[in-house]
Design a protein around this ligand. Structure first.
Ligand code: B3K
Ligand code: ZN
Length: 888
C-alpha cells in the first residue's frame, strides 16, 4: 500500500484565505449536524477551491445558492470545487457527524455522554470542510443548539455573546472569538459539567474569569490546578511581559483523551490526569505534572495561538518554545537544579533513544505521512533544548529582546522556525545562520573532549561527531553550533580561576566558568591557569543536547560528584560511575564471573548519603541509577534483558553495601517530614515542594532497601501500609512500588486492597494497572492478561491502555522475554486498538523501536510480529508509518 508523504520543501502559500468562519452545531441524539459558512478570499485569481473534510457531506451552498453535485468532487478527504469566483464569496456546507461512535477521540466525540472536540493537527476536517491548515486563520463565531437537560453546559472559544431557550426543551449559546485563529485551535464542549470559578486580575487591571469544568464528583480535585493557572498567568506577565487577552479562561477535564491537554483558544481541554489532584489520590509527581501542563497550555496562548505555525513541519516553533517556557515556570517545585536534572533525564531516556532509532527526525521534520506521529520527544524536548541554547548564548536579557522582536514582527501570524531564529539574531546582532542546522540535522551529536595541562596552559580539544540517521548519512552533515559551558576543579575540589588568552573580550579577565562556542568538527581552546591537577567540569547545566565523552578516572568523577557546584555536572559524574559499574556487571554476567565490587562508586555514594548539606530532592536524584533505555545509547546487537539484569544486580549491590546508610537517610527524611506536623490536625500530608523532596528521598532509599531482604520487607510493609496510606497517595504509592516486585502473595493482597479502595477513582485505578504491568515478578504477563478483564479496565480509554499495555511495553524483562510472549501480547493489542484509535495504537508501536539494534534472536521475533501488523489490509496510516520505518 502506498502512503502519501508530505514534504516541507513542497510548501506553497494558500490560494484561499478564510478570515471569517460561522459555525452552527445542532446536537441531536444519534448525530450532530454542522453547518459551516466560510467567508472566502481567493488569492491570485485562483478558481479551484480545495477543502479538506472527512465527515458525511449533506449539502453545499455558494453565496446562499445550493450547488448541484456536479459542481464539485469529493475524493477521499479532498473536496475540489473547480469553478469558484475570484472575488470574495461565501460557501456554506452541511455535514453530519456521529460522536457517540467516534472512539478515535479526534474530531467531535462523546465521552460519558458529553461532547468534546480535538482538532490539532487535522481533526477539524473530521467535523466539517475547511482548508484545515494552520496558515489559514479566521475569526470564529459558533452557535451550539442542544437539549437543555442532557447538555446544560455549551462551550466554545472566546466570549459567550448570546444564549437562550429554544422550543422542545432545547437551548442555545453563541460564542465569538475575536482573535484570528487556525482551525486546529477550534473547540467545543457540551454536557453535564460543573464549574469551579475564580478570578485573575491582570497587570493592566483587567478581570479574567477562570472556569474549570469537571464532572460533579471531581470538583474536589481542581483547586491545585486553579492555583497553578493563576501562578502561570502571573509568571508570564513577570518573566515575559505577556498578559492574557480574553475575558474568560476555561479548562475542561475529560477522562477520554489521547494526550495530556490541548491549548484551544480560551477553552483548553485537558486529560483528567493533568487537572485533577488531591493528596488522597495524586502523588507529588502528579501534582508537578498538573502544574507543568497547566502552565504549558496557558503559555501556548502567546507561543502557539497568538503566533502560530505556518505549517505542521514547524511544530517545534510552538512546542519547543512552550516546553522551554513551562520548564522555566515549574518554579515552585524543588530547586531549579533538580528540575533541570529531571528534564535532562527525560530527554536522555526517551529523546536520545528516538534519535538513535528508525524514527529519528530533525526538530523540524522534512516529511511526514501522519502528522500525529510527529508530536515527539524530538519536536518537544529536543526543541526545548534548542530554544535553551539561544538562551545560553544570549543570556536572559538578550533572549527577552529576541522574544519581544518576535512578537512585534509576528503577532497574529503563522510563521516558521526561521522567523524565530531571525528574531533572536536580529534583536541581538548575532549570526545564527549555522545554528539553523539544529532544525535540519537529526541524531544526537557526540562531543569527544580531551584535555592536557602543560606549564600553566590547559588545552581543551573538542571533536564533534555527527551520527548517521535514516534520513541523512553523517558524511552529509555539517558541524553544528552549540554552547559548551565549562569550569575547572583542582584536586581539593576548588574551582580554578583562568584566563582565555585567545578570547579578545576577556583575555585579561580572571574567570571561574565560561561558555565556549563549539562550531567546527575539531577545535582547541586554550586556558591559562595556576594549577597542578585539573579536572574539567564539562557541559555544565547540560548546555547542549549531546553525548559527551571525556576520559575521566573514577577518582575524578568522585571528585566532581563530591564538589562540583553545577548540580547537573555533579549528578552526571555519579551517572557515569553508575554506567561504568553496570557495564562491568554486564561483562561479569556474560562471562559467568563474580560481580566486581565497585568500591569507588560505593564510597562516593556513601559520601553522598552522609552529606547533610545536599538538598533532599537532589540527593534522591543522585541515588537514581540510569534508566534502562539510557543504557542502550547507540549500541548495536544489544540484549536488553542482560543489561537490565546487570542494572538490577547493581541495585542489589548498593542495597547490601549501603544498607545502614540508606536506612538512616530514609528515617531522617521521614522524621524531617513528620516534625512540623506533630500535634496538628492534619487530614492528609499535602503537596509542597519541600515535603515532596523529603518523600522522594525516602522512597529512593526504600526502593533500594527493600531489595535487601524480600521476606522481612513484605512482613514489615504489611504492618505499616495502612499508616502510610493514611498520610497521602505519595506514601501509599511509594510503599506499593517498593514491594511491587516481591513474590510473596501478600504483595497481591496489598494491591487488591488498593484496587478495592479506589474502585471509583479512575486515575488511581490507572496506578493500580501501572503497578501490575511494571512488576518484575515472573507472573507479570499473566497478571496483565487478567487485568484486561478487570471491570475498571477499558481498551477504548487511552489512559487505561497506556497504564496497562504501555507500561508493560516498557517493562524490559517481560516485553523482551526471550520466548517472544511480550512482543506478541503488545502486537496483538496494537492491532485491536488500531481499529478504533490509530493514535494510541501508533504510540504503542514505538515500543518496537529497538528492532534494528537488538540481538538476532529477539530481532527475528519482533520482526515476525511487525510483519503481521503491516500485512493488515485496513491498517491505519498512523501505525503503518511507524512500523514501516522500524522495518525499513
Ligand atoms: N498541542 C497539543 C498536542 C496536540 C497533539 C495532537 N496529536 C498539546 C500541547 O502540546 O500542548
Ligand atoms: Zn504544547
Amino acid at each position: 500500500m502506498t502512503q502519501i508523504v508530505k514534504y516541507l520543501k513542497d510548501y506553497a502559500a494558500p490560494n484561499h484565505l478564510v478570515p471569517k468562519v460561522d459555525l452552527l452545531f445542532d446536537v441531536q441524539n444519534e448525530y450532530t449536524d454542522v453547518i459551516i459558512t466560510l467567508h472566502i478570499e481567493p488569492q491570485n485569481n485562483e478558481k479551484t477551491l480545495i477543502l479538506q473534510g472527512d465527515a458525511k457531506l449533506l449539502m453545499i451552498q455558494l453565496n446562499g445558492e445550493r450547488l448541484p453535485e456536479t459542481a464539485y468532487s469529493l475524493v477521499g478527504e479532498i473536496l475540489t470545487l473547480p469553478n469558484m469566483p475570484t472575488v470574495p464569496f461565501t460557501l456554506t456546507i452541511q455535514t453530519r457527524v456521529f460522536p457517540e461512535i467516534n472512539k478515535s477521540f479526534n474530531g467531535l466525540y462523546a465521552s460519558d455522554g458529553n461532547l468534546y472536540t480535538q482538532c490539532e493537527p487535522e481533526g477539524f476536517r473530521k467535523i466539517t470542510f475547511h482548508p484545515d491548515r494552520p496558515d489559514v486563520m479566521g475569526v470564529f463565531t459558533t452557535e451550539i443548539r442542544a437539549d437543555k437537560q442532557k447538555f446544560p453546559v455549551l462551550l466554545s472559544n472566546g466570549n459567550k455573546i448570546r444564549s437562550g431557550s429554544l422550543p422542545d426543551g432545547r437551548h442555545f449559546a453563541v460564542w465569538h472569538d475575536p482573535f484570528k485563529k487556525p482551525s486546529y485551535l477550534f473547540a467545543l464542549v457540551a454536557g453535564q459539567l460543573v464549574a469551579t470559578s475564580d478570578v485573575f486580575v491582570t497587570k493592566s487591571n483587567r478581570q479574567v474569569a477562570i472556569e474549570f469544568y469537571t464532572r460533579p464528583e471531581d470538583a474536589d480535585k481542581v483547586a491545585f490546578a486553579v492555583e497553578s493557572l493563576k501562578n502561570a498567568m502571573k509568571w508570564d506577565e513577570e518573566r515575559f511581559g505577556l498578559e492574557y487577552d480574553l475575558d474568560v479562561y476555561m479548562v475542561v477535564a475529560v477522562g477520554d483523551f489521547n494526550m495530556g491537554a490541548m491549548e484551544n483558544k480560551g477553552l483548553n481541554i485537558f486529560n483528567t490526569k493533568y487537572v485533577l489532584a488531591n493528596s488522597q489520590t495524586a502523588t507529588d509527581s502528579d501534582f508537578e505534572g498538573v502544574e507543568s501542563v497547566i502552565g504549558h497550555e496557558y503559555f501556548h496562548n502567546w507561543t502557539g495561538n497568538r503566533v502560530t505555525c505556518r505549517d505542521w513541519f514547524q511544530l517545534s516553533l510552538k512546542e519547543g518554545l512552550t516546553v522551554f517556557r513551562d520548564q522555566e515556570f515549574s518554579g515552585n517545585r524543588a530547586s531549579r537544579a533538580v528540575r533541570r536534572i529531571e528534564n535532562v533525564k527525560l530527554l536522555r531516556t526517551h529523546q536520545f533513544a528516538e534519535d538513535a532509532s528508525p524514527m529519528a527526525h530533525p526538530v523540524r521534520p522534512a516529511s511526514y505521512v501522519e502528522m500525529n506521529n510527529f508530536y515527539t520527544m524530538t519536536v518537544y524536548e529536543k526543541g526545548a533544548e534548542v530554544v535553551r541554547m539561544y538562551h545560553t548564548f544570549l543570556g536572559e536579557d538578550g533572549f527577552q529582546r529576541g522574544m519581544k522582536l518576535y512578537f512585534e514582527r509576528h503577532d497574529g501570524q503563522a510563521v516558521t522556525c526561521d522567523d524565530f531564529r531571525h528574531a533572536m539574531a536580529d534583536a541581538n546582532g548575532v549570526d545564527f545562520s549555522q545554528f539553523a542546522l539544529w532544525y535540519s540535522q537529526a541524531g544526537t551529536p557526540t562531543l569527544n573532549v580531551s584535555g592536557s595541562l602543560q606549564n600553566g596552559e590547559y588545552i581543551l580539544d573538542v571533536k564533534q561527531i555527527l551520527p548517521n540517521t535514516p534520513d541523512m548519512p553523517a558524511s552529509e552533515k555539517k558541524p553544528m553550533m552549540m554552547p559548551l559551558a565549562i569550569a575547572f576543579f583542582d584536586e581539593n575540589g576548588k574551582k580554578i580561576s583562568f584566563r582565555q588568552p585567545e578570547h579578545p573580550a576577556v583575555s585579561n579577565t580572571e574567570q571561574t566558568e565560561t561558555v565556549l562556542t563549539v562550531n567546527q568538527s575539531e577545535q582547541s581552546f586554550k586556558f591559562l591557569m595556576n594549577a597542578n591537577t585539573v579536572t574539567p567540569s564539562l557541559l555544565r547545566g547540560f548546555s547542549a543536547p549531546v553525548y559527551l565523552e571525556f576520559d575521566y578516572t573514577n577518582k575524578e568523577l568522585a571528585l566532581l560528584l563530591a564538589h562540583d557546584d553545577d548540580a547537573f555536572s555533579r549528578w552526571e559524574a555519579g551517572q557515569t560511575l553508575f554506567r561504568r559499574a553496570i557495564a562491568a556487571n554486564e561483562d561479569a554476567l556474560k562471562n559467568g564471573e563474580m560481580l566486581p565490587e565497585h568500591t569507588e562508586l560505593m564510597d562516593a555514594l556513601r559520601n553522598v548519603l552522609n552529606n547533610q548539606d545536599i538538598d533532599p530532592a537532589l540527593k534522591a536524584m543522585l541515588l537514581q541509577v540510569p534508566a534502562e533505555a539510557e543504557l542502550w545509547g547507540e549500541r548495536d546487537n544489544l540484549n536488553p534483558v542482560l543489561i537490565s539484569m546487570a542494572r538490577e544486580a547493581l541495585l542489589e549491590q548498593i542495597a547490601h553495601g549501603l544498607h545502614s546508610e540508606l536506612l538512616a537517610t530514609a528515617l531522617n527524611a521521614r522524621e524531617a517530614e513528620n516534625a512540623d506536623k506533630r500535634g496538628k490536625e492534619i487530614v492528609f500530608y499535602e503537596y509542597n515542594p519541600k515535603d515532596a523532596g523529603l518523600r522522594s528521598l525516602q522512597y529512593a532509599c526504600f526502593g533500594l532497601i527493600h531489595r535487601f531482604d524480600e521476606i522481612a520487607t513484605i512482613e514489615q510493609v504489611f504492618e505499616y501500609y495502612d499508616e502510610m496510606a493514611r498520610k497521602n497517595m505519595t506514601h501509599e504509592w511509594g510503599v506499593l512500588s517498593a514491594i511491587n516486585h516481591n513474590h510473596d502473595p501478600k504483595r497481591d493482597e496489598l494491591l487488591a486492597r488498593f484496587a478495592a479502595k479506589f474502585d471509583s477513582q479512575a486515575l488511581v485505578m490507572d496506578k493500580y494497572f501501572m503497578l501490575i504491568a511494571s512488576s518484575r515478578r515472573a507472573d507479570t504477563l499473566a497478571q496483565v492478561q487478567a487485568a484486561l478483564n478487570h471491570p475498571r479496565f477499558a481498551l477504548d480509554n487511552p489512559n487505561k491502555v497506556r497504564a496497562l499495555i504501555g507500561t508493560f511495553a516498557r517493562n524490559v524483562p517481560h516485553f523482551h522475554a526471550a520466548d517472544g510472549s511480550g512482543y506478541a501480547f503488545v502486537a496483538q493489542h496494537i492491532k485491536k486498538i488500531d481499529e478504533f484509535n490509530p493514535q494510541v495504537a501508533a504510540g504503542l508501536a514505538r515500543a518496537f523501536n529497538l528492532l534494528q539494534r537488538i540481538e538476532p534472536q529477539r530481532q527475528a521475533l519482533m520482526r515476525a510480529e511487525l510483519e503481521q501488523i503491516v500485512a493488515l489490509p485496513n491498517l491505519s496510516k498512523d501505525v503503518r508509518e511507524i512500523v514501516e520505518k522500524i522495518l525499513a
